[in-house]
Write a protein that binds this ligand. Sequence first.
Ligand code: 4AD
Ligand code: MG
Length: 480
Amino acid sequence: MTHIPIVDLLQSEALHQEFTVKGWVRSFRSNQFIAINDGSCLKNLQCVVDFENTDETILKRINVGAAIVINGTLEESQGGRQRVEIKVKDIQIEGDADPEEVKLTILSPKRHSLEKLREQAHLRVRTNTFGAIMRLRSKLSFAVHEYFNKNGYFYAHTPIITGSDAEGAGEMFRVSALDPENPPKNEDGSIDYSKDFFGKETNLTVSGQLEGETYALGLGKIYTFGPTFRAENSNTSRHLAEFWMIEPEMAFCDLDGNMDVAEDFIKYVINYALENCQEDLEFLETRLIQEDKSKPQAERAPMALRDKLKFIVDNNFKRVSYTEAIDILRNSKPNKKKKFKYPINEWGADLQSEHERYLVEKHFNCPVILFDYPANIKAFYMRLNEDGKTVRAMDVLFPGIGEMVGGSQREERLDVLKEKMAALDISEEELSWYLDTRKFGTCTHSGFGLGFERLVLFVTGMTNIRDVIPYPRFPGSAEF
Ligand code: 4AD
Ligand code: MG
């Protein structure tokens, strides 16, 4: 039997016509009004049962959480809450849900904390909040692909299992098929990875960038969009051990061009959400306003969610060099009053999230692109500036989020790149394929990485990154 998604039915003008809908019961009032939701949109569909002419045993099985199939006609609704409703002709229960058991889960119709929902992540997508978040996540991924496709980029699938460490210092998850109880050993007692599946040590990728660069230097403009993995012990509301990253890479593009792409791209996907996800955004906005009511004035969001998103789309990001940023921070109130955990004393200090947040949320009050960082706090592949001490790096910082994007113009000069690698003890042999790009037709090129969950976090207004990915992985937890 074909059925119509509720999202379409709620728009339909086909009054008195017969339809089949399938979904899960959200509520059943007065033995008469079933609210069913099929995930296609936030809103439930009201289905009105003629209980006097419906089998008692069926009525008893219309419980919250049950999967049901309803056949009936579309009618103008008598109640004020909805435009249309279904007048039920026939109900079938496809999957029961025992009310006694439902009571013990987050499916029970009352407010549950986000922590509680996280424990039942397999069920939370059936709540309004997570339905809205996950629909937005899906729409945003589509917008990402649409942006790059419209602008002449090719989607490159870089490997998940790698034999190299792109960031030079990333903490990686080992991939091995050796018997952990009895691994083959070298003479010195260390594990002999030459006997492992790939004949060498391999890891889950921390970034597709290096492979992405080789593809940009052939296809011109590429992007990756896939899972990346970091085994760093960061137990924060901004870090995941498994997250999705979008990494564009452009040949014949310098740092200014790179910043232009990052800004244009972010604005495009946020605008896409504003235009295509009205209902879910409105719901999340109201949710935030409710939540804020229990907070002191100073902690409340200064703007409603959709106004905040519009502000991003309508205003230029502020571009500030690292050196200027250090001056601002050094002279800032919290620095002088020793409020920073890491005081800013001199040029060269690595910026912590407290500093990034001060710049974005207190000083500039808009997204900020910091560029030209000290070479020694950034990765080996970033292009050295003429001053010999800064690199053409950029980070895009967002209010409430901190670092949304990290990127750079790449060092295209073979000799400079080799020197840098030698200084950092990075093996030329292991990266010989990467160095080849600098030997054969090297060119100015740039790219960046955007953490997809941080974008979803910003757009949904949620505060914990664990709530914007279906099954979050973080230190001590890989449930489901
Ligand atoms: O700044 P990162 O480490 O940069 C790179 O990996 C470069 N190879 C990107 C490139 O130039 N192609 O990471 C990029 C972004 C960060 O700005 C942040 O948004 C996100 O990835 N990110 C994380 N998101 C969630 N959890 C983590 N543990 C993250 N680490 C980085
Ligand atoms: Mg970074």
